[in-house]
Design a binder for this molecule. Structure first.
Ligand SMILES: NC(=O)c1ccc[n+]([C@@H]2O[C@H](COP(=O)([O-])OP(=O)(O)OC[C@H]3O[C@@H](n4cnc5c(N)ncnc54)[C@H](O)[C@@H]3O)[C@@H](O)[C@H]2O)c1
Length: 439
């Protein structure tokens, strides 16, 4: 079976490489010639653990190729995945489907023989129907079905997520498409992965319902953290006490500076818009969006408060700028709100991130990016942890105290132990964990 993957970004590249690993012949297509040239030169344009080895191995076995030639790839394919971006539309928050529809129109002109066209991009309910209409209108003679197969992988653990997912969702009512996609995911079926066949609209909605629920869970624990701070409770214990309840589960109960990334912000917005338009508003998600926006500003204020309300001229060392560890993705990272707020307050921001600085430097003018943790911290008035990269956890409190000009740490990811920080003489603020009693 031959696969054409249209769009070779985080999802297209990982999915394409994983399908090749299953033994299928995959062509990953992108209209970005530079990206394809780099891939053909053996360079991986994104940071994703394990992806370089997986791509190299499958290229060597000739099961994975990269091309800008959409027509050639689609003509030869039995399955064409659309994995292009669906960002928020500027101004109104609806999902911008222009890339999806443009890809559909291009695919239509070159379809050859029975082909299953699959939306892997996250798309609002009804998009599959529109993709089908576009293709049918362009090529009334074409033999094809349009299915929905939303992707649930997480950046940073994308290969493991693709290879061992909690479930695969396939939205189609066409028997032939069901059979083809069933064969494609057979390697996962053999591992007893639940494969859920649904109506196309249902599959489209499952993806949004899932992401909005996870964003809600994060926002819930963030607000519990605020409450903990107000009443002297410890959010780590609250999260553990909640998470041990099998009906709730421990994941996504880590408080922080607000959710970000390429998915939750745009998907919550798009779901809220779809639901309003359908006359069935999901007010919970609307509140989550507002609370998350407000939170990022509140986090900047938390840093200002740690500087005794007098931020002007102070130097703040920031560790981590990506929206989460193990990725170089800066899309909607809380850093993009928090750091400009600190700059506007007159702070000199010195930042270090293991993978995200190249992209961050383009998006955060005025921030001074440095080569390592030590250079960031040395002589700063305050240390702020924004992303929980593992290497930050090993920082020694005594060393931090010695390096900082004034020993103030604002830990927006709760990576440090409050007791160890205060024992080292550091004024320590975390998210929702009270300082240990002074001896
Ligand atoms: N990034 C994630 O963690 C993640 C997880 C699950 C689902 N998704 C969804 O997957 C989709 C893709 O996300 P991403 O993060 O991979 O995006 P991305 O921006 O990293 O990649 C999209 C790629 O598509 C290419 N492209 C656009 N139009 C094209 C066309 N007509 N022909 C060929 N290439 C084209 C772009 O050049 C780009 O390289 C989105 O809908 C997103 O919501 C993303």
């Amino acid at each position: 079976m031959r696969i054409a993957m249209i769009g070779s970004g985080y999802v297209g590249l990982v999915s394409g490489a994983c399908f090749a690993e299953f033994g299928f012949d995959v062509t990953c297509v992108d209209k970005d010639g530079d990206k394809i040239a780099r891939l053909n030169a053996g360079e991986i344009p994104i940071f994703e653990p394990g992806l370089d080895a997986l791509v190299a191995e499958n290229c060597e076995r000739k099961r994975l190729v990269f091309s800008t030639d959409l027509a050639g790839a689609v003509k030869a394919a039995d399955v064409v995945f659309i994995a292009v971006g669906t960002p928020s539309r500027r101004g109104d928050g609806y999902a911008d489907l222009s890339y999806v529809y443009a890809a559909a129109a291009e695919i239509a002109t070159v379809l050859d023989g029975y082909t299953v066209v699959v939306t892997k991009s996250t798309v609002p309910v009804g998009t599959g129907r529109e993709v089908e209409r576009i293709i049918r209108e362009t090529r009334p003679d074409a033999d094809f079905d349009v299915a929905s197969n939303p992707e649930f992988l997480r950046e940073g653990s994308a290969i493991g997520d693709f290879m061992r997912p909690d479930r695969v969702v396939i939205g189609t009512e066409a028997e032939r498409a069901r059979e083809v996609l069933g064969r494609l995911y057979r390697p996962l079926f053999l591992l007893e992965t639940p494969i859920l066949f649904t109506r196309r609209e249902t599959a489209e909605l499952i993806k949004y319902a899932t992401n909005a629920f996870l964003a809600t869970k994060i926002t819930y624990i963030n607000q519990m953290a605020d409450l903990c701070e107000a009443v002297g409770a410890d959010v780590s214990d609250v999260a553990r006490g909640m998470g041990l309840d099998g009906r709730i589960g421990a994941k996504f109960l880590h408080p922080g500076p607000g959710y970000g990334g390429s998915c939750f912000p745009k998907d919550t917005l798009a779901l809220a818009k779809t639901a309003r338009d359908a006359g069935a508003p999901v007010t919970i998600v609307e509140n989550v969006i507002a609370a998350n926006d407000a939170r990022k500003h509140a986090m900047a204020q938390k840093v200002v408060a740690a500087l005794d309300g007098d931020p002007k001229g102070k130097t703040v060392a920031v560790l981590g700028v990506t929206f989460k560890p193990n990725t170089d993705d800066m899309r909607e990272s809380p850093a993009l709100d928090i750091l400009p707020a600190l700059l506007s307050a007159g702070v000199h921001v010195r930042a270090y991130d293991p993978e995200g600085m190249k992209e961050a430097a383009k998006l955060l003018p005025g921030v001074d990016f440095v080569a390592d943790m030590d250079s960031a911290i040395k002589g700063a008035d305050c240390l702020v942890v924004l992303t929980e990269w593992n290497e930050f956890r090993s920082l020694d409190p005594e060393k931090i105290n010695a390096a900082l000009k004034s020993p103030v740490v604002v830990d927006l990811r709760n990576v440090f132990a409050p007791g160890e920080m205060t024992a080292a003489g550091i004024r320590y603020a975390s998210i929702g964990r009270p300082p240990p009693p002074r001896k």
